[in-house]
Design a protein. Sequence first.
Length: 87
Amino acid sequence: MAKKQLVGEEINKARAILELHPLPPHHNESLQATLCDLELHLQSHEQADYARMANLLRGAEAELEADHPVVASVISGVIRTLANMGI
């Protein structure tokens, strides 16, 4: 449970950063949807496809890195936490 809690904390950080550093609508909607899916899977007892979500986040991180480095950095934190879970 502690690992899931760490991912949840990283998701909360990402949302806080998104409030401070808004993204263009298409990036924001996609990233918010991925974070929401990840959060729902963390709360579920079902086996989630965390690898797929990590790949989606990596794609978002790569797209945002040049123009939105602060947001990309916090996404990287979520990815690192997932990696620490063995994903």
